[in-house]
Design a protein around this ligand. Structure first.
Ligand SMILES: Nc1ncnc2c1ncn2[C@@H]1O[C@H](COP(=O)(O)OP(=O)(O)OP(=O)(O)O)[C@@H](O)[C@H]1O
Length: 771
């Protein structure tokens, strides 16, 4: 990083301790009135300059230098917060997850208010920013459009269902040809009572006919005790399938209750001999944790794909994709999945989870009887659900890469934002065995596409990518509907970089009770990557835009190959910030749920391939999207929860690369930090912004369209209103919203439609203007 004068920022917070770089005085030539650039203050380990002066002017102003310590990968001391892994996770923040994810929802509400009651139990949810309400509306519309609703009743009547039923019986043994008899495997069983239900749930060797229905009764009992009512479709319906499944499972003598290290399969032992990581069992939780004693935080294992029982043609595809060694999560999960087990896997961001679930799924397709391409309702064998369109498209692309030498296996994507009828035609013209979908659109097809439900009855593998998000309340109904549409006799794979305890508690709605939880995040290590340097910056709202500009300008100047993601709280705030940065002549693009899908796809592709670009984005890019070589992730404002912070940050530092992350908060948002205090996020003192930068940003804000600011204000209010902590005190909330409005250069806060205010529960709150 070259020595550069950077006058934009100056530290003015006198309450902060004075700490100087040891070499600080070696460069007195650096102007005393010049402040240290924010990024250099925040990531001093990258500083190549020798120091900076503690100038007269700064001293006069009471300027304090930022407390800095050299960065050490994995150094716990780098965090300003003491770690406490047990406290502060989820809790209030998680519970307060945004209910108004997108202002589109507000618009939807407004347009529907005439026909819909306010008092209903409507809930905004996330599906690419489309609310449940919006989805319901679109489903209603599409039903009308297609006039061809495929009701469950009709499905039952369909003769082809019989075909699947018998086909399923034939193919229900999920053990593939590589699996060996596992009689000799240890019969580990953890006797535990219901209080300790997880262990029972996870490690029972024999299913004793207890399958999903029984699993659910465990859950129900547990939830009853908690006073919750989590009834699912499994609770009242175990029409003998569970028993049949129990027989099948005990018949195949799968790995139930056996540690991976116990497996005596030849292929596996060869694999294990060469594997660098080992797998330990946490007796408390029944989870398998992968321990990689090698290079710290490396994402690759020593094991190669060709040591795994993968078909030769798949191996060729893997080779062509450039993969030789498996990543740690692939090494840990592949043998287990190939045995037919249900798996819940947790692995850090950017460590190859997609291949980990796709590859064994492809192997299942290969081993299934070939499908007659002309067959009208050919079965879908693998169903992959992803929370966003970008992620679904990306997973399908990865599947196609792996399928290079399997021309007979087809992959299709169904995602929102495109015309349902077009997808219907496409699916009819090109029957596929692997379908990748977003939940809302998939549900649309289940309900509205003739023959689709029948095709789903062929599903052998169901994958929930970003499983914790999909099982979250926003998606839960769709997911339950989807699970009800696929056979009980299937293999289910749940993958995510974050698996909060709540998700473990409810994952049985998708998984068999004997599933394995494989956690590749080492005990005592963070869920984020050590090579990604994290800082948080707390500054008053009116400084956020100038600070953001300064941070970006500096990063751009220092990194010719910069590639930055700026996360904003909502789609409309994203648009406004993008407009502003564009006015400031930065090379920006925007992506959020209010953009047409064709635009989203184009921008996403461009950002994937580009360098020297800033992508301002809502949470549509938070999870899973694999943009290579992102150099910096900035999160402006409160992330929805701890998990979302981790996933957003995970867009950088992928595949073992370095990266930087900055969380920019207002003082009243600082409470969020308690939920991530176990992560190595260092605190940067709040720098003030130099007058020139401030003026420049103010001028640029004048050029941002009023419409964009109005929409951002309304969306901002909606987002924070739905946050339990901030939204509790409505008067305070409005004060803060008006502070945000001023930060956009508005003297008066924009007026908001009365109906919207009513919906937000903000009618007659002082400080708001209505129209
Ligand atoms: N065995 C491998 N060797 C090298 N690269 C790999 C391997 N497996 C996957 N990759 C690459 O690693 C990158 C990250 O993979 P992927 O997107 O699946 O990560 P992820 O763990 O799902 O991340 P996230 O949690 O953000 O969704 C991709 O570019 C993928 O092509």
């Amino acid at each position: 990083m070259p020595i550069k004068l950077f006058p934009h920022l100056r530290l003015l917070n006198p309450s902060l301790p004075v700490t100087r770089f040891p070499s600080m005085n070696l460069k007195p030539s650096i102007g005393s009135s010049r402040a240290v650039p924010a990024l250099r203050q925040m990531f001093p380990f990258k500083l190549k300059y020798l120091g900076f002066g503690a100038g007269v002017k700064e001293q006069q102003l009471g300027v304090r230098k930022l407390s800095t310590r050299p960065f050490r990968a994995g150094s716990r001391s780098s965090s300003e917060f003491s770690r406490n892994r047990d406290r502060g996770r989820g809790g209030e923040i998680r519970a307060s997850k945004s209910l108004i994810d997108d202002e589109a929802e507000l618009n939807d509400w407004v347009s529907e208010l005439g026909s819909d009651s306010f008092g209903g139990n409507k809930r905004c949810s996330k599906d690419d920013g489309v609310s449940d309400f919006g989805k319901a509306r679109s489903r209603k519309n599409s039903r009308g459009r297609d006039g061809d609703s495929f009701a469950p009743k009709r499905r039952r009547e369909s003769g082809s269902a019989d075909f699947y039923e018998s086909n399923r019986r034939v193919n229900q043994n999920p053990v593939n040809s590589f699996s060996r008899d596992s009689n000799s495997r240890s019969n580990r069983r953890f006797n535990s009572d219901l209080e300790d239900g997880n262990r029972e749930l996870y490690w029972s060797k024999k299913t004793r006919g207890l399958e999903r229905g029984d699993t659910n009764s465990f859950a129900e009992k547990r939830n009853e005790r908690k006073g919750k009512n989590f009834r699912t479709r499994f609770s009242d319906d175990d029409d003998g399938v569970g028993e049949e499944r129990g027989r099948v499972m005990s018949g195949i003598k799968d790995l139930l209750g056996v540690e991976v290290s116990d497996v005596d399969d030849d292929d596996d032992s060869a694999l294990r001999k060469n594997a660098r990581s080992s797998i330990g069992l946490d007796k408390e939780s029944g989870e398998k944790r992968v321990i990689s004693p090698g290079k710290y935080d490396s994402y690759l294992s020593e094991a190669r794909f060709d040591q795994c029982p993968i078909s030769p043609l798949s191996m060729k595809g893997i080779k062509d994709a450039g993969y030789e060694k498996m990543t740690i999560v692939q090494e840990a999960t592949l043998p287990v999945i190939l045995k037919g087990k249900d798996v819940l896997a947790k692995a850090k961001t950017g460590t190859g989870k997609t291949v980990a679930f796709l590859l064994p799924s492809i192997e299942v397709v290969i081993k299934s009887p070939p499908v007659d391409r002309d067959q009208k309702r050919s079965p879908i064998l693998v169903l992959v659900i992803c929370p966003t369109r970008e992620l679904a498209t990306q997973a399908a692309a990865e599947a196609n890469t792996l399928l290079k030498y399997h021309p007979s296996i087809g992959v299709q994507v169904v995602i929102g934002g495109t015309r349902l009828a077009l997808e219907q035609k496409r699916m009819q013209a090109n029957p596929c065995q692997i379908l990748v979908a977003t939940p809302g659109r998939l549900r649309d097809h289940i309900e509205n596409t003739a023959g689709f439900a029948t095709r789903l009855m062929g599903v052998k593998v169901l994958v929930l990518d970003e499983a914790d998000h999909l099982l979250d309340m926003g998606f839960r109904k769709d997911i339950e509907r989807i699970i009800a549409a696929v056979p009980k006799q299937r293999q289910t794979l749940l993958f995510s970089a974050t698996v909060p305890e709540e998700v473990r508690q409810i994952c049985h709605i998708a998984l068999r009770r004997d599933h394995e939880f494989i956690n590749t995040v080492e005990e005592g290590s963070e869920e984020t990557h050590a090579q990604v340097r994290q800082m948080h910056l707390v500054a008053p709202l009116d400084q956020h835009f100038p600070l953001l500009y300064s941070l970006l300008k500096e990063h751009v100047a220092d990194n010719p190959d910069y590639k930055v993601l700026v996360f904003c709280t909502t789609a409309m705030v994203t648009r406004m910030v993008s407009d502003l940065l564009g006015e400031l002549k930065l090379n920006v693009r925007e992506i959020h749920s209010r953009k047409p899908q064709s635009y989203r796809t184009r921008v996403s592709d461009e950002f994937r391939k580009s360098k020297g670009l800033i992508l301002v984005t809502s949470d549509v890019s938070a999870r899973g999207v694999d943009y290579p070589d992102v150099t910096l992730v900035i999160q402006v404002g409160l992330p929805a929860d701890r998990e979302q912070y981790i996933h957003r940050l995970g867009r950088t530092g992928r595949k073992g690369k370095e990266g930087e992350g900055i969380l920019l908060l207002a003082p009243w948002e600082e409470f969020f930090l308690s939920t991530v205090k176990d992560l190595p996020i260092s605190k940067a003192p709040a720098p003030s912004v130099d007058p020139d930068t401030k003026k420049k940003v103010e001028r640029a804000l004048c050029h941002v369209e009023m419409k964009s600011k109005e929409a951002a204000y309304q969306a901002w209010l909606g987002y924070y209103n739905s946050n339990k902590k901030v939204g509790r005190d409505k008067c305070r909330l409005v004060e803060l919203a008006n502070e945000f409005s001023r930060s956009m250069g508005l003297d008066n806060p924009p007026a908001i439609p009365k109906l919207v205010l009513g919906k937000m529960g903000l009618r007659n709150v002082p400080g708001l203007r209505s129209k």
